[in-house]
Ligand binder design. Structure first.
Ligand code: BDR
Ligand code: CA
Length: 315
């Protein structure tokens, strides 16, 4: 199996993605790193520990390393936490008992650097939250982007509206400076965002059908009810968008997605702050400063969505 680290802000859809790993023989999860976003970082850590225990992983096999509490240029935007999307507890306010375990005694960035260096070329890093920890890891070890097998980022809205505002998706908006650094720091990168994930959904009936199914069906159904209400209220939708699980599906089965290669940049200021821009031209724009020197990365612009959703449902 491929070795996997998940960087996350759990979060209903993060929980689904992490639990998928427990049912996926293609990967072996070897650590979780936490960051702010859907919930503050300390709560993200508690929720990650809860998921480790629920999945039946030993804490020494899947350590949880706590990461940044603020964006790189701290104090700017994203102390706004998404409690209206995921509930105040991040899990739809279902009222879970506290976890038994505690986090590792290193930072998220240190954990990522140490673990990737321990297994050169073998670790996939799946980033499901603002990219602060990944940026800090790259600052600690600038060669890291040639040492991981691949970085898979859930973030951005390339040719569609954002979800925080019309131009920005939440994970990129959470730390645009970190995102601009990370998305330009490694050729071993796949990024997928709202262009794909808004179309990968489970309906309210699909969620009901999960009840009692498998190890996690009832939990996923229960924590999703608040998230379902959010989709009803803001999108008039009977269903939930499967953002983070879709990124996990891209780790497991990249061939289910349409990838286009091109350089990516992130707007760090102004009205479009947090907007992801991709160069989708066949050969790049001749010599344009800020673009030509950037690595071309893989951006998902489409997917075989029935198969993606079915994979998520099964796992
Ligand atoms: C992303 O933002 C968070 O709310 C979700 O967990 C997902 O990672 C979607 O924009
Ligand atoms: Ca997330």
């Amino acid at each position: 199996p491929r070795l996997l680290i998940i960087d996350t802000d759990p979060g209903v859809d993060d929980a689904m993605a992490i639990l998928m790993a427990a049912n996926s023989p293609e990967v072996r999860l070897i650590g979780i790193t936490t960051v702010y976003g859907n919930v503050p970082t300390a709560l993200a850590t508690q929720n990650a520990l809860r998921l480790v225990e629920m999945a039946g992983w030993a804490h020494q096999d899947v350590p949880v390393a706590q990461g940044a509490a603020r964006s790189l240029k701290a104090g700017t935007d994203m102390e706004r936490i998404a409690d209206f999307v995921h509930g105040a507890d991040g899990f739809g306010d279902v009222g879970l008992p506290p976890p038994r375990g505690s986090p590792a005694d290193c930072s998220a960035a240190e954990f990522i650097v140490r673990t990737v260096n321990a297994h050169p070329g073998r670790v996939t890093v799946l980033a499901l939250a603002p990219l602060t920890n990944i940026a800090q890891a790259l600052m600690l070890d600038p060669a890291l982007g040639n040492k991981w097998a691949e970085l898979v980022v859930l973030g951005g809205a390339f040719f569609t509206n954002g979800n925080v505002n019309p131009s920005a998706e939440a994970n990129i908006f959470g730390d645009p400076d970190a995102a601009d650094l990370v998305l330009g720091a490694t050729p071993r990168l796949r990024v997928l965002g709202l262009d794909v994930t808004t179309h990968c959904r489970l309906s309210g009936a699909d969620l009901e059908a999960l009840k009692g199914r498998g190890r996690f069906g009832s939990f996923v159904r229960d924590i999703s009810q608040f998230y379902l209400g959010f989709h009803k209220e803001w999108y008039d939708l009977d269903g939930i968008m499967l953002h983070d699980p879709t990124a996990m599906a891209a780790v497991l089965r990249p061939e289910l997605f349409e990838w286009r290669s091109g350089a990516v940049r992130v707007a760090c200021e102004g009205v479009t702050k947090g907007h992801t821009v991709m160069d989708a031209s066949p050969k790049g724009f001749h010599g344009h400063h800020g673009w030509a020197e950037r690595p071309r990365v893989q951006v998902a612009l489409g997917a075989r969505r029935e198969e993606v959703v079915e994979l998520i449902r099964q796992r």
